[in-house]
Design a protein around this ligand. Structure first.
Ligand SMILES: *Cc1c(COP(=O)(O)O)cnc(C)c1O
Length: 404
């Protein structure tokens, strides 16, 4: 048997920004027997979970659920709405935006990749004025879609999607707005309908607290209309047959039944708590973690406090320190997984995930692991991040605790 439990006791600290820890309640829901995906019970489950999924995306429109990782849902969004050779305007916020852009090219689209110069773009949010300026030049509407990442998981930046929609409307440009909130949904405020998003892409293993394996496309009416004429080849990803089967709570193929049990449970947990409480909880954790990073005297990867991510924080290592060596030490000594620096940020930073099934004390343990590991790595810290975070969490009671 594969030896995964090399640490003999206690739970592993999975503090990467996805997959996030899966709550026991969800694991239990997923352990129920697999049922007939064409039987009557399944249809009822399908209708119920599709309805609750729409509530989390804040949309009245349909949400497609794929048995695929988030990358599949990226492809589905492009393949359903675009034709070979179409120009798409994509904004470079970090590694995930870069990967989506590469995918667009491989699919035969013509991505235009814009962003702030040099490394600056990876430390700020989407600059809606740059999108507006580019769309204004595009008077013959060659740009068919604007694609942005809401929560850039490689850097810890959460962009203002409403501002992107306002920029598009200011020009009156008809391009579709497609947003990746694979790591933002159910952790950071997100509003598919209100923000006028045409296709929202998300995944299961981040804010939804599920294992990896399912992903989503939320659709506007306009996206569905455009999909009827889009020319890129698609079959498995095609929305039309899925929308048809979903009307009665079914799928055109075998869906991931047990992951859907988990999704149904996760949606109950989120809706019972209330999405606003969920978002406030993440904002508070993020502030506590940033208090620690500031006390250490280290830089946060995101340089604009307006767009700090509630989901994760990128911690930049001092010049000359190999962030991966620090991360590996922390993993081996303290059984704590941190996110690695990706793409341009490789070896320069690590990422602390503070999403989903966490609490103040799991985050305190995470910060203690970071602090011990950095000291053992010979990094000289300005002060104790652990103390700063303890102070923050103690002084700033969460909403649920302050009213008792
Ligand atoms: C995780 C992630 C992806 C990729 O999702 P997979 O499930 O790994 O395919 C894409 N975009 C963002 C912003 C992500 O966080």
């Amino acid at each position: 048997m594969l030896k995964l439990d090399f640490h003999p006791s206690g739970r592993h600290f999975l503090q990467i920004p996805g997959p996030s820890p899966v709550p026991d309640r969800i694991l239990r829901a997923m352990s129920l027997p697999t049922i007939d995906h064409r039987g009557p019970e399944f249809g009822a489950l399908g209708l119920e979970l599709l309805d609750k999924t729409r509530q989390v995306f804040k949309t009245q429109g349909p949400v497609i659920v794929y048995p695929a990782s988030g990358t599949g849902a990226w492809e589905a969004a492009l393949a359903n709405t675009l034709s070979a050779g179409d120009t798409v305007l994509m904004y470079e916020t970090g590694h995930f935006a870069t990967l989506w852009q590469k995918m667009a090219r491989r699919l035969g689209l013509e991505p235009e990749f814009i962003g702030l110069p040099g490394s600056e773009g990876w430390r700020c949010g989407v600059q809606a004025d740059m999108i507006e300026a580019r769309l204004r030049e595009d008077s013959d509407h060659r740009i068919k879609a604007v694609c942005v990442v809401h929560n850039e998981t490689s850097t810890g930046v959460t962009s203002d999607i409403a501002a992107v929609r306002r920029a598009m409307d200011a020009v009156g440009h008809p391009a579709l707005l497609m947003v990746d909130t694979i790591s933002g949904l159910a952790s950071a405020d997100y509003r598919h309908d209100e923000w006028g998003v045409d296709v929202t892409i998300s995944g299961s293993q981040k804010g939804l607290m599920l294992p990896p394996g399912i992903s989503f496309n939320a659709l506007s009416d306009k996206a569905i209309e455009v999909s009827l004429k889009a020319g890129l080849p698609k079959s498995f990803w095609a929305w039309d047959e899925i929308l048809e089967a979903n009307r009665t709570g079914y799928w055109p193929y075998t869906p991931s039944t047990n992951l859907l049990y988990g999704l149904n449970e996760a949606l109950d947990m989120l809706l019972e708590e209330g999405l606003d409480n969920v978002f406030a909880r993440h904002q508070r954790w993020a502030a506590g973690v940033r208090a620690a990073v500031n006390a250490w005297g280290l830089e946060i990867q995101c340089q604009d406090p307006e767009v700090y991510s509630p989901v994760l924080t990128g911690v930049v290592m001092p010049e000359g320190v190999d962030a991966d060596a620090v991360r590996n030490l922390i993993y081996r000594r303290f059984d704590l997984s941190l996110g690695m620096g990706l793409g341009k940020a490789r070896g320069r930073m690590f990422r602390i995930g503070h999403l989903g099934d966490c609490n103040d004390l799991t985050l305190m343990a995470t910060l203690a692991g970071c602090e011990m590991g950095m000291k053992l790595s010979g990094i000289s810290l300005a002060g104790s991040g652990v103390e700063a975070a303890m102070h923050y969490f103690a002084e700033n009671a969460p909403a649920h605790a302050s009213d008792s």
